[in-house]
Design a protein around this ligand. Structure first.
Ligand code: NZQ
Ligand code: ZN
Length: 388
């Protein structure tokens, strides 16, 4: 492990079929008024809303409703949530849903006592909160983003055609998250596989950087193997609890700062996918799937050693008689087969992108350079065209 780093995680997790009961204990730590944040209604259909509100009521809490958080939460919805929180002087933001609800709760939490415009301060200037931060708790209903145990908050601004993530510090991370795999069982299959690819790509983003021997990469390989194995079971049998619970736990560890220790990280697929998402509002994991193979094939010659290792250790490609380059390509071919088996989006056009959008998407793509190849804008355009 080269380099120097700190490791701390501020979130307490409760995992398993019985985990919701721990909400009772957690609620004791916070004040009277709870802003109940949820999405477009899935929690009302699958019983999670009733289960959570029963516990809030049993603990004598005042519930302030804040539903309608859309996938890829917008800055307009953020402003609405802040107004609700201010009007009711809420003490806890309880997100019950997927990454969108959890991300949104964090963005509200840093904006309630902030006089400046949250979009400009946090998502354009990337400043840290200087005001009181209202605590966030999470009851997760979709596995994918890792938002339940990280400081990430991604907000979309449709007027400016930008989708931007800010990774906040310990203060903003959920104080607690409740992970009951049963709550994910009502997810439509398309959302389930999008979440699975999101998990896998979070691991790739951290894995495909650097050439040193480090524990983070070993952990990453084990997580990737687990995600692939369990995804194939869940794809055949979505109600398989064992597979879904493994996927949920892997999602948390894929992006909770553990496997990023000692790594620069790439994050190019996310930058491309997020920019495409700003134009199409498509499902996050699908945007990542659509750009991944053109991107990885483009940078493969610059990181061929790591792609060859990825092939043998994650995909069990037999190295016999293969050059490093052939091995690396065989690994990506195996990944492509797996992606097609899951039914992921393999191009941006199927997500609503058009040729006319390419230049705009390229402009909206943040330029990071910690991966194996710094990209020029022309190269970004080339990759986006290959993804179409
Ligand atoms: O809104 P409802 O009705 O709840 O429906 C949601 C939504 O339509 C549905 N859903 C969730 N749980 C369900 C369910 N439907 C039935 N049963 C359930 N149990 O699924 C749809 C998608 O939900 P969403 O929360 O949007 O998905 P996800 O968890 O993938 O979150 C996506 C957002 O997270 C951001 C993405 O950019 C995107 O905005 N990300 C956050 C990250 C972070 N905090 O670190 C990192 C990621 O890379 C990602 O960028
Ligand atoms: Zn992601």
């Amino acid at each position: 492990m080269l380099g120097n780093f700190r490791y701390h995680n501020a979130t307490t997790l409760y995992f398993g079929e019985d985990s919701l009961q721990y909400l009772n204990d957690e609620l004791q730590k916070y004040g009277q008024t709870v802003q109940l944040i949820y999405g477009g209604g899935s929690i009302k259909k699958n019983g999670v809303y009733d289960a959570v509100t029963a516990i809030l009521k049993a603990n004598g809490k005042t519930i302030v409703e804040d539903g309608g958080v859309m996938p890829n939460p917008t800055v307009d919805k953020l402003r609405e949530g802040v107004a609700i929180a201010r009007a009711n002087q809420v003490d806890l933001l309880l997100a019950v849903g997927g990454g969108s609800c959890c991300d949104y709760a964090k963005a509200v939490s840093v904006s309630i006592y902030c006089d400046e415009d949250p979009w400009d301060k946090y998502f354009v200037r990337f400043e840290e909160p200087t005001c009181k931060v209202v605590p966030v708790g999470c009851v997760l209903t979709m596995a994918g983003t890792g938002s339940e145990m990280n400081g990430g908050s991604v907000i979309t601004n449709h007027q400016e055609k930008l989708k931007i993530g800010h990774v906040f510090g310990d203060d903003v991370m959920p104080k607690f998250s409740i992970l009951n795999p049963r709550f994910t069982m009502s997810l439509p299959k398309r959302q389930m596989v999008a979440g699975i690819y999101d998990i896998f790509n979070h691991i790739c983003e951290q894995y495909f950087s650097g050439e040193d021997d480090n524990v983070s990469d070993d952990l990453a390989e084990a997580l990737m193997r687990s995600v692939v194995r369990n995804s194939l079971v869940a794809n055949e049998d979505p109600q398989n609890y064992e597979a879904r619970s493994n996927i949920m736990w892997a999602a948390t560890w894929a992006l909770n700062t553990l496997i990023s220790r000692g790594k620069a990280g790439d994050w190019r697929v996310h930058m491309l996918g997020q920019a495409a998402g700003a134009y199409t509002d498509a499902t996050h994991g699908m945007t990542l799937a659509a750009v991944s193979l053109p991107y990885y094939r483009y940078i493969l010659p610059y990181g061929v050693k790591k792609f060859a290792r990825f092939a043998t250790r994650v995909w069990d490609v037999c190295p016999d008689g293969k050059t490093e380059g052939e091995l690396a390509e065989a690994g990506l071919a195996a990944m492509e087969n797996w992606m097609k088996t899951l039914g992921l989006a393999m191009d941006l056009r199927s997500l609503g992108a058009t040729e006319e959008m390419i230049e705009g998407i390229a402009d909206a793509t943040f330029n990071l350079d910690a991966g194996y190849k710094a990209l020029t804008r022309d190269e970004v355009v080339q990759i986006l065209k290959a993804s179409l």
